[in-house]
Each structure stands twice: as C-alpha cells, then as structure tokens.
Write a protein that binds this ligand. Structure first.
Ligand code: DX5
Ligand code: ZN
Length: 203
C-alpha cells in the first residue's frame, strides 16, 4: 500500500485530527512569501508544530535560504524537504538536517530537471517531486512530471513523494511511474476527509 500524507495547507489541525488511525504522517507547507507568494510562517509557527503530537510531521520548506530554517523546525519533526532551487549550499542544509537527527529530503519544481539535482541523490532519504508549481493548493497535476518520476526512480531506490494535484487517478499514475508516497491537500479536505483519504489509500 502506498503511503498517504495529507497536506494541511488549507485545513486546520483539528480537521487533520479526524484522520488519526488512518495516516501517520502529516505534510506541513512552510512558505516565506519570498520563494513563493504565500506566507504560512504564522499558521505553521515552528513552536506550534513541534507541540502538535497527533502525527509524525514532514516539513516542506518553500523558503529562500532554507539553511536558516532548519534549527527552528528541528524539534519533533520527522523529515525536512528543502527546495534545491532555493539554496547554493545544499550539502550544508542536508548536514544541518541530519545533525538534528531528522531525515533529509530535496524538493524539486516542475521545471527542474534530474541533471540539476542528481548529484544530491546519494545523500538524501526522500525526493519530493512537485507535480504543480509550488505555492498554493488546488492546482492541476502536470502529466509531464510522470516521466520525471520514472527517471528518478531508475536511479534512486529510496522514497519518492509527489505533491500537487493528487486525486485517485493522478495518484495511480504517479505510483505506476515510481512514486512511493503521495501528498494530497484539496482532494482530501474539500469534502469528507476520512472517505477521501480511504480512496487514496487503495491506490
Ligand atoms: C503546494 C503545496 C502542496 C499543496 C497540495 O505548493 O506544496 O502540499 O498543499 O495541495 P493540492 O493537493 O490541493 O494540490
Ligand atoms: Zn507541499
């Protein structure tokens, strides 16, 4: 069974808690208003997220200079993905994440080809393939990304997650291409969250 990780970008912690027992990992979209337009630094305040113990948490940093955010988000979170497009010091970021005993992952925009981040693959636990432009929920899955997932899978055996525009159909396509985990926001929370999560869990 594929791993399903709900994104609570447009949902509340309370809504997320309805999914206790169904999923173990929640996806936290941290945005700084610079790397992407939206700013969620208040909504996903590091202290508030650390204190939230209902689930394991994976943090998706959509911020400039992610190296400056690692220490803040290092308490009681499982994994941090940072965007390879947002830093000139990827190895420093990975080292900082691992020093804090978290798993390290890279996130890649739709326009970033494998050749731009292949040199990092030996050093990370997870790749988050953006299947929409990062920045907001509710966008349409970009089918061309299936090829990219397939290419990454041919050289990377650890976790590949997909993020953006996921519904039961696109989830199935992404998993077929090689994804092992799916992140979904609007499909889950716009409607009955329990029912919709179950629909993704059978992918
Ligand atoms: C977008 C975020 C996603 C977002 C996904 O930049 O990284 O995690 O919440 O939302 P949906 O599933 O609605 O595309
Ligand atoms: Zn995300």
């Amino acid at each position: 069974m594929v791993e399903v990780s709900p994104s609570i970008l447009d949902a509340s912690l309370k809504q997320a808690e309805e999914l206790k027992g169904l999923v173990s990992r929640m996806h936290i979209d941290v945005m700084d208003g610079l790397f992407v337009e939206q700013n969620t630094l208040k909504k996903f305040d590091a202290k508030k997220i650390s204190a939230w113990n209902a689930f394991e948490k994976d943090v998706h940093l959509m911020v400039e200079k992610p190296e400056k955010f690692i220490s803040k988000y290092s308490k009681n979170n499982r994994l941090i993905w940072f965007h390879v497009e947002a830093t000139k010091k990827p190895f420093e970021v990975i080292e900082k994440i691992n020093e804090k005993k978290m798993l390290a992952g890279i996130a890649v925009k739709p326009s970033t080809p494998l050749k731009d981040f292949a040199f990092l693959l030996n050093y990370v636990d997870s790749v988050l393939v953006m299947t929409v432009e990062p920045g907001k929920g509710g966008q349409k899955f970009i089918p061309k990304m299936l090829e990219k997932i397939f290419l990454i899978r041919s050289v990377f055996s650890r976790e590949i997650c997909v993020d953006g525009g996921i519904n039961p159909l696109t989830a199935k396509q992404a998993v077929k291409a090689g994804a092992s985990c799916i992140v979904a926001g609007s499909f889950i929370f716009k409607g009955n969250a329990v029912k919709n999560t179950k629909k993704l869990l059978i992918t």
